[in-house]
Structures are given as C-alpha cells and as structure tokens.
Design a binder for this molecule. Structure first.
Ligand code: RIB
Length: 308
C-alpha cells in the first residue's frame, strides 16, 4: 500500500487551565495553573502520525498571526509537509479554551477562526497529494463540505479514508459510504447511532448501525478499556492499557494518527489498534495536546514493557 498519509483538518492554539474540577455554569474556580500548547484535532493527528514514523502531508488553514507562525514552526520541526497549509489573510488562527480537572478529564470550547475557511478548493489544490496517498485522515473541526470533497477524491483514487467524527455531528449516508474506517469514541458513537455505548455489547450494536449505513469498518474508542473493532476480519475488543491520567486531551487524536501509521505500514487492523492504544495511553500521561504525542521509540518501548 502507498504509505503516505494526508491529514485534512484543523489547527488550534490551546489555552489550558488545570483546576481541581470542571466549573459548573456560572461558577468560578480559583487555583488553576495556565499553559499554552499546540492543538487542534487535525494538527494533533498530523503530529501523532509524524512522531510515530509516518510520512505526513497536512491540509489546513492557520491565520497570518503569531499563533499561525508558531504552528508552522511546530509542523516543520515534526517533519510534516506543509505545502498545503494555507496562511489565511482574513481570519485569525483557531484557539481552544481547555479546562483540565484533577482526573485528567477536560472541557473544550473552540473559536475556529481560519479553520472555518478550509474550503473545497483548498482540497482540490491538494488533489495530487491526496490521490497519491495511502490514507486520508480527517476529523470534523473544518467545514463538512470540505471533508466530503476530500473523501470523494480519495475514494475515486482508491485511497483509504479514516474519519474521526469529532466533534460529533449528523453525517449523511453519502459521506458514510466513503469511509473505510470510522473512529468515534463512546459519546460520538451514541450521537451518531442513538445507541448508548457503555460496554462491549453496546459498542457492537452501535458499530452494526454504522456498518448498515455504509461504513466499511468501525473502531469505537472506549478509553482505558481499549477499542471495539468491527471489520470484515475481526469483531471484538482490542484491550487498552491502564495508566495514571494527567490530561486526556488529544488521546483520541493520538490514537487516530498512530492508527493511520500502523495501517499504512501494512499492519492488520487489530495489531494497528494495539499500537494506537499504546500511543494513546502514553499521551494521557503528559499535559497538552501536541506535547503529549509520543515518538515511535516511546511507543515501541511501552508495548515491550506492557506485553499481554
Ligand atoms: O482533541 C483535542 C483538541 O480539540 C484540542 O487540541 C483542541 O484544540 C480541540 O481542537
């Protein structure tokens, strides 16, 4: 399989406050610490791919501002091809306000800025990169028509499409039919199917709904329990790894980025999910989105130490 991965998606700067718990509406909580980190689901996935050893092209928009400069510098440092990262002349770079509690759980609000301008013509301008890739990896923080156009272009050229439906929104059957692997978490799976996902049996039901709507394979990520996989060859849980969480932000992004790398290398789906589970477990032990994406060596060492 062609092993280059094209990530189409968002880039944000994350403003992170750690507090003992997430405040209720109208409540102020004191005592937090503040950090900034590079984020955005698309950029996080591109960075996770690159650090895991993938050859990555990122299709995105950032503003012509300081945050955009910092993001571009980070992409270059991670060896990501940024020929199709556009500096938007009208909108600022995306920003996310993130609160992380003592259990590592988060609450996120995003000002999309330039991400909202990622257009079908931006995807068309990246057609050569998409057509010659092995996998196109996308999320839902950029306009849906852009995602749909990239999916059609990929499928027309026999390129596999991984869609991480985050944040969840209603998706058309036409889009779902283009998806090789859909990777919701439990909440997103419930939003897409109406099936509450708490245990393996629920995940199996939700996955079947998505398969019936036209997706080829489904992976429902279920935190430390691992991931439920439904493909033609394998149906069942791929166990996760238990770690002490510091910040779960971007665990799903790390999962998706490293999954794409493992699949592009030709690993079978269940083995690729184990690799991605390990990377996601490592990511929750570090504060921040992109700072937490592990490199290949760290993932391999972790897998060796935690062999089942
Ligand atoms: O998935 C985590 C990401 O969601 C954060 O980095 C934030 O920027 C939002 O996009």
């Amino acid at each position: 399989m062609r092993n280059r991965i094209v990530v189409v998606g968002s880039s944000n700067t994350d403003m992170i406050v750690q507090t003992p718990r997430i405040p209720r509406p109208g409540e102020t909580i004191l005592g937090g610490t503040f950090n900034t980190a590079a984020g955005g689901k698309g950029a996080n996935q591109a960075v996770a791919c690159a650090r895991a050893g993938g050859q990555v092209t990122f299709v995105a928009r950032v503003g012509r501002d300081m945050f955009g400069d910092q993001a571009m510098m980070g992409f270059r440092q991670d060896g990501i091809n940024i020929d199709h990262v556009i500096r938007d002349e009208t909108a600022p770079s995306g920003v996310a306000l993130i609160i992380v509690d003592d259990q590592g759980e988060n609450s996120i609000a995003v000002a999309s800025g330039a991400n909202g301008n990622l257009s079908v013509s931006d995807v068309e301008a990246a057609a050569e990169a998409i057509e010659s890739a092995g996998i196109v990896l996308m999320q839902l923080e950029t306009p849906i028509e852009t995602i749909e156009a990239a999916a059609v272009l990929a499928v027309q050229n026999n390129v596999q499409v991984i869609l991480n439906p985050a944040p969840a929104q209603v998706l058309s059957d036409a889009l779902l039919r283009q998806i090789t692997i859909l990777t919701p978490n439990e909440t997103e799976a419930e939003m897409l199917t109406g099936v509450g996902v708490h245990h393996e049996a629920d995940a199996a039901k939700a996955a079947q709904v998505l398969i019936d709507r036209g997706v080829t394979s489904v992976i429902i990520t279920m935190g430390a329990s691992g991931a439920y996989v439904h493909s033609a060859e394998f149906q069942g849980m791929v166990p996760g790894f238990s770690v002490s969480p510091v910040d779960t932000t971007a665990a799903g992004d790390t999962f998706n980025g490293t999954l794409a790398v493992a699949l592009a290398e030709g690993k079978a789906l269940a083995e690729a999910v184990t690799f991605a589970n390990a990377a996601a477990a490592l990511s929750v032990t570090v504060l921040g989105a992109q700072p937490s994406a592990p490199d290949r060596n760290a993932i391999e060492q972790f897998l060796k130490k935690n062999k089942s």
